[in-house]
Design a protein around this ligand. Structure first.
Ligand SMILES: Cc1ncc(COP(=O)(O)O)c(C=O)c1O
Length: 430
């Protein structure tokens, strides 16, 4: 829709009509909180048998009673299971508690305080910088902000980051110590890194010998369709190139079993795994191994995990598709409104040129809450004020139907206001 083809009077009238329709819409009196990518209750129900059978599991593993203290790296069957999910070896895995975000924060904090594999602690250096791909996961950026790490924003492309830019950033500057990556079904863009990008990341020359790739593979098995995206195994590439120490990989079962009450996983070289374990020693006497026993009994193996993820996909897919269908019906081919069509993960990334903040604000007036505009960028700065993260998992289908109607109207209103302001210097909000 080219609103600029209308004169001021026509536009004011159209905006007025849209506002009336928006008021009418609000009579449905629905509230939807889509600020975070939470699984909905029916997804959590999928894993209830794990709890229901908990009394019957064998908690003695290899002669060790897992109900007691100990086992810093996690129980062997859990390490085996996650090695198969992550594509690495059992002894390259630590299985820890609850949340991968917790683990990521901890690992960055260890690096800041103690360095990595004998390097100078990062907080003793004048400057520490991380490359942050945009739009990206807000919580990665919050970790950097909290720990005083300077963020360098680099735009995502259709196949991952622009590797020419990344390579030139890390080649000469040894204060660049890390890069955050969500390599499969990225949060929020839904992009999966191409083979070439994975290869270049694992093999590029870095000025810092203690450079780390924070490989947050949160959506490793989270396909929406039978034919999901294929991510090249970074462990294979790095092993061959002799750069395994560079890989700090993470995942969790937050969106497989229970969000925040599952298992979190760190995977890297054996040296890194041992170094992190040595630091964990000061923090804990061991993880919640009871939960690990429950998880390995319920999840069993990779093929069963995939079967469980299919059940999640059946719940999630209609919501992603409803979003796409409704948006396509109104905005197909519109150069000012574009969105991702991911084949997995938890998010849709919506771009509405220079009016994202206003769209989020208007939607909130109708009870539909999105993550604040700008959240997917370091320091919350989205130069183009365009990106909005949509979390389709949260609403029911009925709520989703309402949320997209609200969103569509909010986009139309915001754009009409924008054109009136920019072209006619008329403030329709006054
Ligand atoms: C990319 C990414 N990493 C990590 C997390 C958080 O995972 P956890 O619940 O394991 O802390 C999320 C949650 O949305 C995410 O999108």
């Amino acid at each position: 829709m080219e609103y600029s083809q209308y004169d001021q009077n026509e536009l004011v009238k159209m905006l007025d009509e849209e506002r009336k329709a928006f008021k009418q819409l609000q009579k449905r009196d629905i509230s939807v909180d889509m600020t975070r990518g939470r699984p909905e209750s029916s997804q959590l129900d999928v894993s209830m048998p794990m709890l229901e059978n908990a009394g019957g599991y064998n908690y003695v593993i290899d002669g060790v009673d897992t109900r007691n203290y100990g086992g810093l790296q996690g129980i062997k069957p859990a390490r085996e299971l996650f090695a198969s999910i992550m594509g690495c070896k059992d002894d390259e895995v630590i299985v820890a508690d609850g949340s991968s975000l917790d683990l990521m924060y901890t690992v960055v904090q260890f690096a800041m305080q103690f360095g990595v594999l004998g390097s100078t602690p990062w907080n003793k250096l004048k400057k520490v910088k991380f490359i942050c791909l945009t739009p990206g996961y807000d919580r990665h950026f919050s970790i950097c902000e909290r720990l005083g790490i300077e963020m360098i924003a680099v735009r995502m492309r259709g196949d991952g980051p622009d590797m020419n830019i990344i390579e030139s950033l890390v080649r000469d500057d040894d204060s660049v110590k890390g890069i955050w990556c969500v390599p499969k079904y990225s949060n929020p863009s839904g992009i999966t890194f191409s083979d070439k990008v994975v290869e270049r990341l694992a093999t590029m020359k870095t000025a810092a010998s203690d450079f780390r790739i924070f490989w947050d593979n949160a959506y490793v098995v989270h396909d929406l369709y039978d034919k999901g995206d294929k991510l090249k195994n970074i462990f294979d590439v790095a092993r061959k190139a002799g750069t395994l120490d560079r890989i700090y990989a993470f995942t969790s079962t937050s969106k497989i079993t229970f969000a925040g009450s599952g298992l979190a996983v760190f995977a890297s070289s054996v040296d890194n795994v041992n170094a992190i374990t040595n630091e964990l020693f000061y923090k804990t006497i061991g993880p919640n191994k009871i939960n690990q026993v429950m998880h390995v009994n319920f999840l069993k193996d990779l093929s069963n995990v995939k079967a469980i993820m299919k059940r999640h996909a059946e719940i999630l897919r209609p919501k992603f598709e409803l979003f796409n269908e409704k948006m396509t019906a109104v905005f197909e081919g519109d150069r000012y409104v574009t969105w991702s069509r991911p084949r997995g993960g938890y998010f849709v990334s919506l771009d509405v040129k220079t009016c994202a903040k206003r769209v989020v604000e208007l939607s909130a007036e109708a009870g539909v809450k999105f993550t604040p505009a700008g959240s997917s960028f370091p320091y919350h700065i989205d130069d183009l004020d365009e990106n909005i993260r949509i979390a389709p998992s949260v609403p029911t289908l009925e709520e989703m139907d309402y949320a997209v109607d609200v969103l569509i109207s909010a986009i139309k209103q915001a754009r009409m206001e924008l054109v009136l302001r920019k072209i006619y210097h008329y403030d329709a909000r006054a």
